[in-house]
Ligand binder design. Structure first.
Ligand code: DAH
Length: 358
């Protein structure tokens, strides 16, 4: 092998060894660069005769072209390798399943709340919304439940780091009952003229405007087991007027329960109880005549005739305004309707459970 052939072979081997375009360019400089081997050979021709220059020059040129061809070939190879690596990295696996959109849906308790609102709206009840961080006065005192009264322990709740005007901390409302006085104040303000006219009337001809409202929402207590959760739902009901009685409560609540459970065979029982804000007070139990819960009394709501002190705290005359209130548990209604026996399932956020209601 002559000198040039072996130079071409050395260059080929060096190019083959280069694993990246940068390494290849370095290798190229050794042979084709300004002080590369070919340039050196060219310079070495200076002393030769014209004839010798011709043949030597031609030979060097052949070698140079061969090295350039090898370089071009290797560049192409490296570019091809890089491309195929990139393609492999970015390749689409068309056998992967597509991204599915899982249809959302309402939480079972939200469904219940919607049903409750629909049914009571159809009976002429307004639907009101109120704050979950509530003043002590609205939560307890206005409801005939004075500070330090032992009945407060029935609704032991969470206190927040924020004091009301009376220096007493706000709480996470333990029930929706604060909405009774809150809503009454709003309603009386809104219909001030009507309420004033009724209050001023001595002839008994101006009828007092009624208050008829439900207030569903979240409530909080220091409580947790299969049937109690620290966060739960309640729906308050209030109907005050000149002649609203327990009979009306029974009619309204029976109608509500039969519509809600879609069962005409459902019956109601009022069981004497105690709540500071009602007198007399009663728990409402329901019973189905058939089905898996047949024959059992199931508690669904507290209720009672609104206590005169509460009516007074609303700014109304208890001699004139009489009526009833109730506070029911939408979570419990949902459990009964769907046959769920652990309340905590509703708030665990487990899709295997929740998707069954869609
Ligand atoms: N607030 C009561 C509770 O959380 C439930 C209740 C009972 C509400 C009687 C009422 C009522 O409006 O009249 O236990």
């Amino acid at each position: 092998m002559n000198e040039l052939d072996s130079l071409v072979a050395t260059a080929r081997a060096a190019f083959a060894e280069a694993k990246t375009p940068a390494e290849l360019e370095n290798a190229k400089a050794q042979f084709l660069g300004k002080s590369g081997r070919i340039t050196e050979l060219m310079k070495g021709m200076a002393a030769l005769s014209v004839e010798e220059k011709k043949s030597r020059g031609a030979a060097i040129n052949v070698g140079k072209q061969a090295i350039e061809a090898a370089l071009t070939e290797r560049r192409q190879q490296l570019a091809d390798e890089e491309l195929s690596l990139q393609l492999r990295a970015e390749s689409l696996d068309v056998s992967l399943p597509g991204r599915r959109r899982i249809p959302g849906g309402l939480h079972p308790v939200s469904r219940t709340l919607e049903r409750i609102e629909e049914i009571f709206s159809s009976m002429g009840f307004d639907v009101a919304d109120g704050p979950e961080i509530e003043s002590d006065w609205h939560s307890f005192t206005s409801l005939n439940n004075p500070p330090n009264h032992p009945a407060r322990s029935m609704q032991d709740t969470f206190y927040v780091d924020m004091n009301g005007d009376d220096g007493i901390p706000y709480n996470l409302r333990p029930h929706t009952s604060p909405m009774q006085v809150r809503y009454a104040h709003q309603h009386i303000k809104k219909y001030a003229a009507e309420f004033a006219a009724a209050a001023a009337d001595t002839t008994g001809t101006v009828k007092a405007p009624e208050i008829r409202v439900i207030a569903p929402g979240r409530t909080y207590r220091v409580d947790s087991d299969a049937t109690h959760s620290p966060m739960f739902h309640q729906c308050e009901g209030l109907w005050l007027g000149e002649n609203v009685s327990f009979k009306d409560l029974k009619v309204v609540f029976t109608d509500f329960c039969r519509t809600f459970f879609e069962r005409d065979d459902l019956v109601l029982r009022f069981r004497p109880s105690f709540f500071p804000f009602t007198e007399p007070s009663a728990e409402i139990d329901i019973q189905f005549a058939s089905g898996p819960l047949a024959g059992r009394w199931l508690e669904v709501s507290g209720s009672g005739q609104v206590h005169p002190n509460v009516v007074r705290n609303m700014g109304l005359d208890p001699e004139r305004y009489i009526g009833f209130a109730f506070g029911m548990g939408p979570d419990r209604l949902t459990m009964l309707r769907y046959g769920v026996n652990d309340l905590r399932l509703f708030f665990d956020g487990d899709l295997r459970f929740l998707s069954q209601f869609q």
